[in-house]
Ligand binder design. Structure first.
Ligand code: SF4
Length: 398
């Protein structure tokens, strides 16, 4: 595979347009559904007071989780903030909370439902808050891929490793086929574990659904070559690969990406270095390989936050991750004399994360305070059992 090939973005049709419009009717999918309730007007001057009053009324019965990429207007009501896995574990550690309000996206709410007790109800304030990356790998497509691997005679050598940013169905597939989940912090350990599951020279990993995290971890962190990786395109017969290509590969990367991190380019890095001499470029591993290769530092959202906390006064940073987080970090560290800018010149919010706004949060909290359970996200028992197996393998990683 050439570097030019790795820069290619997935332009296949995805349900993203529906998701953005929020007009579908399948609450089990990442695709959105229209919010069924009467939302307060965004211009209502009492929204903050209303959210506060409803939250106070609910007391310990409610626990509000705020993902790092959420808007400030929502984050101010979060009991904890963090990445998706930390938040799911935080929710599990609060069994007294009957309602877990997840200010994040659909797959995160599913993971929280999997990891919390049966008595806890997970609520997503806007069902249209899905994730375009998670949508790029459906259960049917992944089952078909497994058939292709079986026909190529390699399925028994393949260990699936799925990124946390995947639907419960994909996590369950992973658990069923002996694989593990990973986050952007432990992807290397997950891959090392996977390659240790069989004869190392014969074992292969099917990495879902983010090709960039898979490639960056294999090549940058583990010393594999780009030629060790092939990209399985679910929109092409046999993934667009021959049986020989599959047999020769060590990493079979699913053709998915994050539409936010996928926007950063080598030009963004070159441009910011020219504009801000001495700038440190720090990017998330969901960015494309050439961006990661050109950056000074690479790491998860938690890594980015810690790196900026430890940065000396007067240092300059260009950050390649979601804009809500970068803006908050820039404001937080400005008084310490740290200059933090967004890596790209163009604005780059996660549009689905941004679906959760104050009107949706107020509507959710007031509904719960009145005893109406709305927008519950519930994973069926069988899916939950296999998904949990894959998550537990991750928790047991050395
Ligand atoms: S930032 Fe990317 S991976 Fe995260 S929810 Fe948005 S589209 Fe999905």
């Amino acid at each position: 595979m050439t570097t030019a090939q790795t820069t290619e973005l997935d332009v296949q049709p995805t349900p993203l347009a529906l998701l953005l419009l929020g007009r579908e009717a399948d609450p089990k999918s990442e695709r959105g559904v229209e919010c069924p309730g009467d939302l307060p007007s965004p211009s209502d001057p009492d929204l903050v007071a209303r959210a506060r009053a409803a939250k106070e009324k609910l007391g310990d019965k409610v626990f509000v989780l705020g993902h790092h990429y959420q808007r400030d207007e929502v984050i101010q009501f979060a009991d904890v903030t963090g990445d998706s896995f930390k938040l799911a574990r935080d929710a599990a550690a609060r069994p007294e909370a009957e309602y877990i309000v997840f200010c994040g996206v659909h797959f995160m709410a599913e993971s929280a439902d999997i990891l919390t007790s049966d008595d806890q109800k997970v609520v997503l304030p806007d069902l249209a808050a899905g994730c375009s990356m998670a949508d790029m790998a459906t259960a049917e497509q992944v089952a078909e891929c497994w058939d292709v691997l079986t026909e190529a005679g390699i399925a028994d050598q393949v260990v699936p490793v799925s990124y946390m940013n995947s639907s419960a169905d994909i996590k369950a597939f992973t658990g069923r086929h002996g694989g593990t989940i990973c986050t952007s912090s432990n992807a290397r350990r997950a891959l090392e574990w996977a390659f240790g599951q069989g004869e190392p020279s014969a074992t292969k990993v099917l990495f879902l659904p983010d090709q960039h995290l898979g490639r960056n971890t294999a090549v940058r962190d583990m010393g594999m070559s780009l030629d060790d990786c092939v990209v399985y395109n679910p929109h092409k017969p046999n993934g667009g690969l021959t049986a020989d290509q599959l047999r020769d590969a060590k990493m079979i990367l699913w053709r998915g990406h994050c539409s936010v991190h996928g926007r950063f380019s080598l030009d963004s890095v070159n441009d910011v270095r020219e504009r801000i001499p001495g700038v440190n470029v720090l990017v998330h591993p969901e960015c494309r390989h050439e961006v990661v290769a050109a950056a000074d530092y690479v790491g998860s959202t938690e890594y980015i936050i810690k790196a900026l906390e430890a940065a000396p006064a007067g240092s300059k940073w260009a950050i390649g991750t979601e804009l809500n987080l970068v803006r908050r970090l820039a404001n937080r560290f400005a008084p310490e004399g740290k200059e933090i800018v967004f890596l790209d010149r163009t604005v780059c919010f996660c549009s689905t994360m941004n679906r959760i706004d104050l009107p949706h949060l107020v509507w959710t909290l007031e509904s719960l305070a009145e005893g109406n359970l709305v927008n519950r996200i519930e994973v069926d028992k069988e899916t939950e059992a296999f998904a949990k197996l894959a998550l537990e393998r991750m928790l047991a990683l050395p």
